[in-house]
Design a protein around this ligand. Sequence first.
Ligand code: HMG
Ligand code: MG
Length: 302
Amino acid sequence: MALPSRVKIVEVSPRDGLQNEKEFVPTDVKVELVDRLSAAGFPNVEAASFVSPKWVPQMADGADVMARIQRRPGTIYSVLTPNMKGFEGALAARADEIVIFGAASEAFSQKNINCSIAESIARFEPVVQAAREAGIRVRGSISCALGCPYQGEVPVEAVADVAQRYLAMQVDEIDVADTIGVGTPKRVREVMAAVTRVVDPARVSGHFHDTYGQALANILAALESGISIFHTSVAGLGGCPYAKGATGNVATEDVLYMLRGLDIETGVDFDAVVDIGQWMSSHLNRKGSSRAGNAIAAKRAA
Ligand code: HMG
Ligand code: MG
């Protein structure tokens, strides 16, 4: 299949990137991160989570973050909402998009959101309905689409089944998520083929963690499968507190570098993203994991 000429990048570092940080990242830093990402031209920034602060303390200041960011006209600011309580927070925070997050693995669903897949779908239904009534976009994330830390193999049919349930609820976009970064390109093709048999590929996104170093190859496989929306995180920050051992999302800098080499447009300012990755890493007192970001920074310093 021909590659797309343009790709939508959803920058998830303020949420997926920071949710797993042990030290609380000050609200000021989170706000600055979102504002810098907006200015760099990302069409969609995942800015916060409205989840239980006992489960994910790092995301407890989501309402403050959303209140203080400078919204760039046209940018979609997304937040995670596991239930109606989360939705009420998202509505009050004027989120442009909510994300319901289920899983293709029963074991992970229990660990992450404390309910079965069927219970999660029942919980999401009123959330999606309320969002639609309020004119808010809805994204449905499918965790463990390429493997589960507790259950191991996840059949592609299980992923397509959750996608179908989301579609029945009329979600706008469906995220195929490799939560623990175990997928390889062949499996990505199989999963994307199964999902795009039920969902228009234009509404499907790839959310790849890079634990096993496969994320760029997986994105290329997904591009070849007709997918044109990808989630990335500056400096490769990220990870789910309920997916032990999993590392961050694929680094935005690396993806932008690859897409530029493929002549695929994103509308995002690559040099600004390199700066943001270096700035955020220095705040966290460690070197970021983006190979392209670190290479450019080293070249600039030489
Ligand atoms: P629960 O304990 O079953 O919920 O947790 P509950 O309804 O029984 O409520 C228990 C307490 O939590 C109550 O407070 C509620 O008010 C409160 P208490 O009376 O004990 O003081 N509560 C809330 N507080 C704030 N916001 C809310 C909320 N809901 C309940 N929305 C629950 C169920 C879903 C709430 C919990 O399991 C939870 O918050 N889980 C979130 C887990 C999470 O955020 N994981 C990381 C994000 S997912 C991810 O990273 C994967 C992704 O990147 C894709 C991929 O890579 O796979 C998206
Ligand atoms: Mg994730």
